[in-house]
Write a protein that binds this ligand. Structure first.
Ligand SMILES: [Zn+2]
Ligand SMILES: [Zn+2]
Length: 255
């Protein structure tokens, strides 16, 4: 499985990265044609443009939204235009998984009538349990955030990536991350600050979960441009002895 960081900036696009979007690619061993399947974890502000650099955006098989904050879903608006009006013709309808209300939320984002909204372009489905997309098995895990939000645990090719989306500390994080090959943990907050509950993680929180869950590698992401990501890295390193990196736009992980 290949993970490409399309965007990793926290809460809004920064000077060096769009907001949240991660491209996962894997081949389906059951498919005789052996084509590469592609799913997007989130499609936040600014991410659609950067996606062009890494893959043909029309060759995406599904979009998996962790939650409906703008920095995780808003570029589905541009993606709707691209699929609906592309000169090569209207594109096949692809599934978009998200929390309850995703279809209406995205229609409002584009100022479309709720019916048909984007239903002709996207097959909206609500998270309610594990799903499969080609070679990818995806388990949504409810997180602690002011809106319905899910961490996503994705397995393919015998490896597992666990992505927190946005969340405050919660015991569910250890279930999400258990024995993952790569734990993609948000680190929006700093431990030196007084932080509200049920909103975001610090680098130390991510490091603690990584240690307790026995993950093989920790990648910190979603650091807002107003903070120095080195702080998140230092906090996590004090809690977790394994390999830690900061996500950066364009980084590729072959697992
Ligand atoms: Zn966010
Ligand atoms: Zn959020």
């Amino acid at each position: 499985m290949r993970l490409t960081v399309v965007g990793c900036s926290g809460s809004y696009p920064g000077p060096h990265s769009p907001a949240s979007c991660y491209l996962l690619e894997a081949e389906d061993p059951r498919d005789p044609a052996g084509r590469t399947w592609r799913v997007l974890l989130d499609l936040g502000s600014g991410a659609l443009g950067a996606l062009h650099v890494h893959a043909d955006p029309l060759a995406v098989d599904a979009v998996l939204l962790s939650h409906l904050h703008a920095d995780h879903c808003l570029d589905l608006s541009g993606y709707y235009v691209m699929r609906k009006y592309h000169p090569s013709g209207a594109q096949p309808r692809i599934p978009v998984w998200g929390p309850a209300g995703t279809a209406d939320r995205m229609a409002r984002a584009y100022d479309l009538p709720l019916d048909p909204g984007m239903h002709h372009e996207f097959d909206f489905r609500e998270w309610s349990g594990p799903i499969e997309v080609g070679p990818f098995s995806v388990t949504p895990v409810p997180m602690a955030h002011p809106v319905d939000a899910f961490g996503l645990r994705v397995s393919a090719d015998g490896v597992t990536i666990a992505y927190t989306g946005d969340t405050g500390p919660t015991p569910a994080l250890e279930d999400l991350a258990r024995d993952a090959d790569l734990f993609l943990a948000e680190a929006s907050f700093r431990s030196v600050d007084t932080n509200p509950p049920d909103l975001h993680l610090t680098g130390a929180d991510g490091g603690r979960v990584a240690r307790r869950a026995g993950v093989r590698r920790l990648v910190l992401t979603h650091v807002p441009p107003w903070f120095d990501p080195a702080d998140a890295l230092a906090e996590a390193a004090a809690e977790y002895d394994g390999p830690i990196e900061l996500a950066r736009a364009g980084a590729v992980y072959d697992l």
